[in-house]
Design a protein around this ligand. Structure first.
Ligand SMILES: Nc1ncnc2c1ncn2[C@@H]1O[C@H](COP(=O)(O)OP(=O)(O)OP(=O)(O)O)[C@@H](O)[C@H]1O
Length: 277
């Protein structure tokens, strides 16, 4: 990778009693990108994010952010369900954020929320889920972090609110040198905004890379039903007469003439790897 990695994990692992929530995690995430973190329930996503921000101690291995362990001043974090102090008004939370962070961009935060029609005098508990998500995101962005980590930021939002939150993120990355790492189950949303992917499966990194490269390296092959397995087959589904194989192969390698070869979508790719035994 050219330049310093936004996040670098080496042999990172975390165990709860006898169970490994994350194991052998070695990753380098590029700067200035929106990185999607995917995996089934319990795959280790939250564990990885909490290790990255120093909320959890590794059982083994190391993780650094911009070359430093526990670079808390460089990282913004929005937890799952974006918890806010429900009795505080939005303006209170902005003041609170400013008092804790010398670099806090109060004017920017107020402008963003006003543009989104979120009343600054309203208590957080009286905001809709989408508005709460926007407030949590705005407070995290106002810290002006170099890396913003979001744990399932859109899980509880309707499609319009999801789109708004994602638009805010894309704009923030375009306007600054921000890197975003976000976990999500909504692959369609990731496909629209992310350019780099990390896929966890049963506590291990199963796939990582630029999404364009990953899509170019995988093909969906359709052909006569076969019981054969071949190198590079990630997933196979069989009908009565035909089989579909999702394969990983270097670009430019021709498929067998009996097989029709199609490009894969990010959803095909993610589902195939998540379904691996
Ligand atoms: N505090 C804990 N004590 C014991 N086990 C835990 C704890 N936190 C997480 N785990 C276990 O670690 C594994 C990974 O959990 P984690 O929350 O990181 O998964 P996840 O990918 O974020 O899941 P989800 O998509 O459901 O949020 C799971 O098997 C989980 O049960």
């Amino acid at each position: 990778m050219t330049g310093e990695a936004a996040l670098c994990a080496t042999g990172l692992g975390r165990r709860y009693r006898r169970n490994w929530a994350l194991r052998d995690c070695t990753l380098e995430l590029p700067q200035g990108r929106i990185i999607g973190l995917v995996g089934a329930n319990g795959a280790g996503k939250t564990t990885l994010l909490h290790l990255a921000i120093g909320l959890l101690e590794p059982t083994e291995g190391t993780v650094t952010v911009f070359g430093r362990p526990a670079a808390v001043d460089q990282v913004g974090f929005v937890a799952q369900d974006h918890p806010l102090y429900s009795g505080f008004t939005v303006a209170d939370m902005i003041r609170f954020g400013r008092s804790l962070n010398p670099r806090f961009d109060q004017a920017g935060a107020e402008r963003r929320l006003t543009d989104l029609d979120i009343p600054l005098g309203r208590k957080a508990g009286a905001l809709s889920g989408g508005q709460q998500a926007q407030v949590a995101l705005t407070l995290a962005l106002a810290k002006q972090p170099r890396l913003l980590i979001l744990d399932e930021p859109v899980a509880s939002l309707d499609p319009l609110a999801r789109r708004e939150v994602m638009r805010t993120l894309v704009d923030a990355v375009a306007e600054s040198d921000l890197t975003v790492l976000l976990s999500s189950h909504v692959v369609a949303e990731l496909e629209r905004v992310c350019d780099h992917l990390v896929l966890l499966h049963q506590g291990r990194v199963r796939l990582t890379g630029d999404i364009d490269d990953l899509l170019a390296e995988h093909r969906l092959l359709t052909g006569p039903r076969t019981g054969e397995t071949a190198p590079g087959v990630i997933a196979a589904t069989h009908g009565e007469r035909s089989s579909n194989l999702l394969v990983r192969q270097p670009p430019g390698v021709p498929a067998h003439p009996r097989w029709e070869s199609h490009p894969v979508s990010l959803e095909d790719l993610v589902l195939a790897y998540l379904d691996e035994r």
